[in-house]
Structures are given as C-alpha cells and as structure tokens.
Design a protein around this ligand. Structure first.
Ligand code: ATP
Ligand code: MG
Length: 403
C-alpha cells in the first residue's frame, strides 16, 4: 500500500474511533471504511467476558454478497477462539481438495486478536467467500482495523465504568445529605413533642381544657409524623434489601384510594381532589403497601403543589393492565431532575423549603415493582406533575378461584 493511502486509511479509522461517542456507530463507520479498501463478506467481534473465561459475540455485520450468512454468526467463533488461544493472527482457507463449486462453501477466514492496553480482550473474525486469498497488505489493513476496534471497545468499557462510578458517587453524596436530613427530620417532631408535653406538665401553670386539647393534638400529629418517618426509613431499607414482607390478596384499587382520600380530607378540608373512578379494578396486591403509595403521592402534592387541585383517575389500558394517574397542578419538576426523583434520598435541590427525606417516591416505585407494575412521572414546568402507575389486573376467573 502506498504510504499516502496507508496514512489516509489510518486517519479515517481513527477519526471515527476518536470522534464518535456511540461505540456502535463508531464500529459501523470503521467497518464501512475498511470495507471500502478490503473485500470481505462478514465480520464478527467476540469479547472475552469479565471472568476471562468465555468469549461472547459483541458485534456482527454482514456486508458482502452473502448477507444471509449473518444469521449464523457462529462461523467466526472457532477462528476467533483460535486467535484468542494463541494470541496471534490466524488464517484459514479451503484445502484444494475441499474446494467447492458453490462459492459460499469456499470460505477464507482471518482471525485477529484484540489487544487493549497490553491485555487480550477478544478477537475479530472476517470471512470472504470464494476468495481470493488475503494478501499481506490485506492482513496489515485488517490488523490496523483490529487495533482501532480494540480501542473502541476499551473506550466503551471506560465509559461504562465512568457511568457506574458517577452513579455510586451520586448515591454516596445523597447518603451523606440523608444523614443530616434525617437528623433534622427526627429532631423537629421530637422538639415539638418534648416542648408541649413539658409545658403541659408544668406544675406552676393551669391550662384550660381547650389549650390542653390544642397541645395534645400537636403532640398527636407530631407522633404520627415520627411514625410515618420511621416507617419510611424501615420500609426503604427492607425494600432495598428485598426483605419487605408483602401480603398479596385481591384488592380494589378504587376502594384503597377512597379510604386514603377520606383520611386526607379529614386533615386538609379545603384540598380539592377530583376522583370519579369509572373502573373498580381488582388487582392482586398488598393493601397497606398500596395505601402507602397514595399517601406518599398526596404528601408530595400537598408539599410541592400547594393550594392546587389534584386529579386522580383509574383506567384500563388493556385486558391485562390498569393505570392510576395522579396529577397535580403545581410548579412541576425541572427536566434535568425528573430522571432522578425515584432514586433513594433524591430531592430536587432548592425547590422548596418543604422538609422530607427523599424516600417517598423510591418506596412507591419499589412497591409497584414488587407488584410487577411500573411507575413513572411526567412533568411540565409551571403546569404540574403527573404520576402514572400501571399494575396487572385480576381477571374474573382469578377472583372466583381466590387466586
Ligand atoms: P419524603 O417523601 O421521604 O418525606 P421527599 O418528599 O423529599 O421526602 P420524595 O417523595 O421521594 O421525597 O420526592 C423526591 C423529590 O421529588 C422531592 O424532594 C421533590 O423535590 C420532588 N417532587 C416529588 N413530588 C413532587 C410533585 N408532586 N411536584 C413537584 N416536585 C415533586
Ligand atoms: Mg415525599
């Protein structure tokens, strides 16, 4: 190969590898560029797994005349394994006696080990049907391409590791914040309880009945708040470790919701809740856990979308699934935070002064997933937030047989 051509080829390969962020697109472009100067029909890439034991197909592409051969990427496995075992380029061509009239059976193969940072990470196989045999120049070109392929895979591994580390880092930061949040969240109700009970116990003052009642109501409410907080912390730990006990029974979603709404209305008399269920959907679920989900959603709507009505609906999506939609008309959640609100301890920074631990939505989602359902949120800034819950319904025969 003339030096200019070789230089141009190298430059083209590296350009794709370095500039393209998506590893698949980088490979597609690289292989197209390789194919422009080297004739081959199929290409397959095998990577050694993390334990270093077996190699798995990571990419396969049929380009040439025999596209249907792609369906069976096994063609490249044996030669890739050989290239990995010997850590060298392996060539294979049909023996003269075996030459076949059917050109598809005359396969010329090349297996190239893939090495990144001095470590063998996999192999790349090329197949050419019906020859001609690979020249030294072809082999050199394939070797150059295989080095770039190894680089692309190393870059992919690095990107994955960075993403994992960022997730761990985010989680650690949230966990740190959580310690200070939870101390504050525990101290506030405890402060009220201690303060009002000490006041009531003072021997130098007589409190009239009405004042006593007012103080006791505060103590009562703050105790509920503490219980709810502790339940959230315990439940989130149990759900995280998958040790939460659930008692599944046929239950009606609309009834669970009605009960929660009645309780919420007792505390928030002016809160407008629009709920006219058209379906009395039966599902197979744990009633206290499902109750907790709706309580958390109400608690959020009251904190983050105050003084605005809440719209709740239940609808069948298809024969197998029912959806509950819980929509508020508050400030909404900025797009860049929406993806994280179901993460444990996550709170949208600087949104309100409302207190919380960032456990509520995490718990909701875990409970729904334990019910084989899905939960997600959509939000429009300034318009409100819409939480959707999808759960599998119980059909009539299931109910009759008591599941
Ligand atoms: P906790 O529920 O544990 O008391 P929390 O309410 O902060 O604390 P989540 O219920 O998990 O935690 O909610 C996570 C974050 O999502 C909240 O801190 C808030 O920033 C945002 N958020 C949740 N619901 C809404 C909503 N309806 N409108 C706007 N933002 C919301
Ligand atoms: Mg909450």
């Amino acid at each position: 190969m003339a030096i200019q051509t070789a230089f141009a080829q190298t430059q083209l390969f590296w350009q794709h590898a370095v500039q393209e962020k998506d590893w698949r697109k980088a490979l597609d472009a690289l292989i197209q560029a390789l194919r422009d100067s080297l004739v081959f029909d199929n290409l397959a890439i095998f990577m050694i797994d993390k334990q270093g034991e077996t190699s798995e197909i990571a990419y396969a592409r049929a380009i040439g005349r025999e596209k249907d051969a792609e369906a069976d990427a096994n063609w490249g496995e044996a030669i890739a394994t050989e290239a990995i075992t010997h850590d060298e380029i392996v060539l294979q061509k049909p023996t003269e006696s075996a030459e076949n009239k059917d050109r598809r059976k005359n396969a010329y193969l090349i297996g190239l080990p893939l090495t990144a940072s001095g470590k063998l990470i996999g192999a790349m196989s090329l197949i050419r049907f019906g020859g001609p045999d690979y020249t030294q120049e072809h082999i050199d070109l394939a070797k150059l391409a295989s080095d770039v392929v190894a680089y692309i895979f190393e870059k992919r591994a690095l990107q994955e590791t960075i993403a994992e580390l960022e997730a761990v880092q985010r989680q650690m930061r949230l966990q740190d914040d959580f310690v200070s949040t939870i101390s504050h969240e525990l101290r506030t109700p405890l402060g009220f309880i201690k303060g009002y009970s000490t006041t009531l116990l003072r021997e130098d003052t007589e409190w009239d009945k009405e004042t006593q009642r007012e103080f006791l109501t505060i103590i009562d409410e703050e105790t509920d708040h503490l219980t709810e907080l502790l339940n959230n912390v315990l439940n989130s730990a149990r759900l995280e470790s998958k040790t939460a006990e659930m008692n599944f029974q046929p239950v009606r979603l609309d009834i669970i919701l009605r009960d929660v709404i009645t309780r919420i209305h007792a505390h928030y008399k002016n809160l407008v809740i629009n709920f006219e269920p058209k379906e009395g959907s039966y599902i197979y679920g744990d009633s206290p856990m499902l109750t907790q989900i709706f309580e958390n959603l109400f608690s959020n709507a009251i904190k983050y979308a105050p003084d605005a009505p809440i719209d709740i609906s239940i609808k069948k999506v298809d024969d197998q699934n029912v959806q509950v939609i819980f929509a508020d008309h508050g400030k909404g959640i900025p797009k860049k935070h929406l993806a994280y609100i179901f993460d444990r301890f996550y709170r949208v920074p600087g949104m309100t002064k409302a207190t919380g631990t960032g456990l509520g939505l995490y718990i909701c989602k875990q409970i729904i997933e334990a019910h084989h359902g899905k939960m997600w949120a959509e939000s429009e800034e300034g318009q409100g937030t819409r939480f959707s819950i999808q759960l599998p319904v119980l059909t009539l025969p299931d109910i009759k047989e008591g599941v």
